[in-house]
Design a protein around this ligand. Structure first.
Ligand SMILES: [Zn+2]
Length: 119
């Protein structure tokens, strides 16, 4: 198992060379043949995902929805994917506890690194 931070600019990879090679072998061959684009991306910081700019736009959207009044049809959905973006913001906003849990989870996260062949 790798630490998930190989090539990361924000965290240090703690894997040995043997661990990285073993992981790269697991990803080689037919699996990589199905992936056309390989990009190394650092995890997004929580602060970037929850900036005040987005909060402002959420408030604008929320006020617009409230001004339009309730619409029975617009409030019906079976799957979350069917929910209008404005409804998602209103119905799925995170509370303080949820935000704290998300921050903790993002700080602990360890996704497997994506290695390019030969790296
Ligand atoms: Zn690592």
């Amino acid at each position: 198992m790798s630490c998930g931070f190989y090539l990361s600019k924000t965290r240090k990879c703690t894997c040995t060379k043997a661990m990285l090679q073993k992981y790269a072998r697991r990803l080689s061959g037919p699996l990589l043949d199905h992936i056309d684009l390989h990009i190394n991306v650092d995890p997004a910081a929580y602060a970037d995902l929850s900036s005040n700019v987005k909060t402002s736009s959420r408030e604008i959207i929320r006020n617009r929805v409230i001004k339009q009044g309730p619409s029975v049809e617009a409030d019906r959905w079976r799957y979350n994917a069917q929910m209008a973006p404005e409804k998602t913001i209103i119905n799925c906003s995170l509370g303080t506890l949820e935000q704290e849990l998300l921050i903790q989870d993002m700080e602990k996260q360890s996704f497997p690194p994506v290695l390019t062949p030969g790296s």
